[in-house]
Design a protein around this ligand. Sequence first.
Ligand code: G
Ligand code: G
Ligand code: MN
Ligand code: NA
Length: 255
Amino acid sequence: MRLATDLRSALAEAQFRVHYQPIVDMATGEVHKAEALVRWQHPQRGLVSPGLFVPIAEASGVIVELGDWVFRQAVQQVAAWRVSHDPRFQISVNKSPVQFRSAAGTAQAWARHLADQGLPGECVVVEITEGLLLEADSHVFEQLAHLKQAGMPVSLDDFGTGYSSLSYLQKFDIDFLKIDQVFVRGLSATSKNIALCKAIIGMAHELGMKVVAEGVETEEQRQLLQAAGCDYGQGYLFARPMDGESLSRWLAETE
Ligand code: G
Ligand code: G
Ligand code: MN
Ligand code: NA
């Protein structure tokens, strides 16, 4: 596929952008978190969705270098927002299982980069998937432990969609659980989804995790999730992913 060869040169040619989507504190409305989401400005195709190119980047291994680049962009951005907006600011970065298995872009390398910038580990939250935990070998265990040692929180993305086994939640120290959009979509007081959301939130809190609901699009969904004790919300109701400069303006206006 053409995209695969284009991906290799895209980094050198500076065609990637990082957009940020705010994550809102449900109880207070404050914003001191955001998720970094990569975008590809392709010279012929225009904006290519990560849903399309991330799997190709994973298959070719380019995701390791790309993921490192996204991480560094996020670090630069979080340092700025800690000064200009809120000293607690954290940015979530998605880390693919391919990156966890690589000898490059390790947890130690990320920790060193943060230390070199004079930043605490807690600045960057690492988003992982259920699949990583299910296939976790000793190397993955060790990498997750290194993230924790360096103070980097771990967030479990797309929760509830992939697998039915919950046993891995006992084995790993997870800080945030992200309820997948499929549970938030069609949320109403009488739907089965509200029962599922409440059960997930209750379980997460019992296990010492904070909960982020993804894909919050309506005021009704926000209210139901807030009443269910959900800690944070992310979705078009609050804001779409946008470039750093736009989010800086949005943060200033939302204050
Ligand atoms: O940004 P959406 O808007 O289209 O993102 C689609 C998918 O791409 C999501 O599942 C998201 O986790 C993934 N994604 C976005 N940015 C990154 C990234 O920097 N690294 C990895 N591994 N996945 C990403
Ligand atoms: O990493 P993850 O798979 O969770 O990526 C989040 C994805 O969800 C991105 O593709 C992002 O653009 C998308 N997204 C964020 N908020 C909303 C929303 O309110 N509605 C929908 N449909 N998608 C959203
Ligand atoms: Mn994510
Ligand atoms: Na998700």
